[in-house]
Design a protein around this ligand. Structure first.
Ligand SMILES: [Mn+2]
Length: 304
């Protein structure tokens, strides 16, 4: 065993012996969060370490896609208590009750958290990081485990097109999808996740919502993936967000529009005073990799 695997095992084994060991993804869990939890639990099970998964309000795509893998996501939903030992996957800011002992994530930050085990990797999907941990630990990895991780990679990187994925990893993902017999057309469609733009603005404005706490600042963020944004729809969405930022007492709201067909993203930074800063990108950017580390730096700088 490598040193980090020994460290991970020792922490989890001790925590499970003391009480409840809970694995959780980020709030409004997406497929990558759910898949990361499932794979982490399989690694612990291979070690004979008992754990539970407690997802927070999993999103629609995670339910739909997990069902294809025979996993009922609602069975993975749950609460945590302050006595629980927590394993965070796919995020590194704790939002739930409990004592964090392990964090495995793929969202870079200049301000990594201080937990007993922290692994923040450069990877398109957290589930791929957990799969690699299983392999590193010599645990049994089934083709189904690999399918979960590769599917998470497609869904977390806008079908391997996001700037957060390296060309090497995208090539790897495509090769694995073929080898594992995954339906690539379906993966691409799910990964692009084009939204039905006839939905009301109040719904489109809230997709993929995440809350970040940077020092004393609160930043909220949502995004939509579409190739059919109109000026009228955009204005309606921004109007909704202006109401929400005040109601939520947030310092900033980062709204992203990803156009997977044209491979372009646009960022709208809203402040409570009603101002909107627009940044146009000529690629599909990643919120976790390109936007939030910069926002976190700016927020913490302003605070000093
Ligand atoms: Mn993720």
């Amino acid at each position: 065993m490598t040193d980090r695997i020994t460290h991970l095992y020792t922490l989890c084994e001790a925590a499970a012996a003391r009480g409840r060991l809970v694995i959780t993804g980020h709030d409004r869990a997406d497929f990558d969060s759910a898949a990361s939890c499932v794979l982490m639990q399989r690694l612990l099970a291979a070690w004979g370490v008992k754990s539970e998964i407690a997802l927070h309000t999993p999103d629609r795509q995670s339910r739909r896609v997990m069902a294809r893998f025979g996993v009922e996501v609602s069975a993975l939903e749950g609460e945590t208590t302050p006595e629980d030992a927590l394993i965070l996957v796919d995020h590194h800011q704790a939002t739930r009750a409990g004592q964090v002992i392990v964090c495995v994530d793929h969202h870079p930050t200049d301000y990594p958290p201080d937990f007993p085990y922290v692994q923040i990797g450069d990877c398109g999907a957290c589930a791929v990081m957990v799969l690699r941990l299983m392999q590193e630990a010599g645990a049994r990895v089934t083709p189904e485990d690999e399918r979960l991780a590769v599917t998470a990679l497609y869904l977390d990187t806008i079908a391997l097109k996001s700037a957060k994925i390296t060309p090497e990893e995208a090539a790897w993902g495509e090769k694995q999808a073929r080898r594992l017999g995954l339906d690539e057309d379906w993966l691409r469609r799910e990964g692009m996740g084009l939204m039905d733009m006839s939905l009301p603005a109040c719904e489109l404005a809230m997709l993929g919502k995440k809350v970040y706490v940077f020092g004393k600042r609160r930043v909220l963020s949502t995004y939509v993936q579409t190739d059919a944004m109109t000026q009228e729809k955009l204005e309606a969405i921004l109007a909704v967000l202006h109401g929400e930022i005040v109601r939520e007492q947030a310092d900033l709201w980062v709204f992203l529009v990803h156009d997977p067909s044209r491979l372009r993203s646009t960022e709208y930074d809203l402040t409570p005073d009603g101002a909107v800063r627009t940044i146009a990108y000529d690629c599909l950017i990643s919120r976790g990799r390109d936007v939030m580390p910069r926002v976190e730096r700016d927020m913490r700088k302003e605070e000093v």
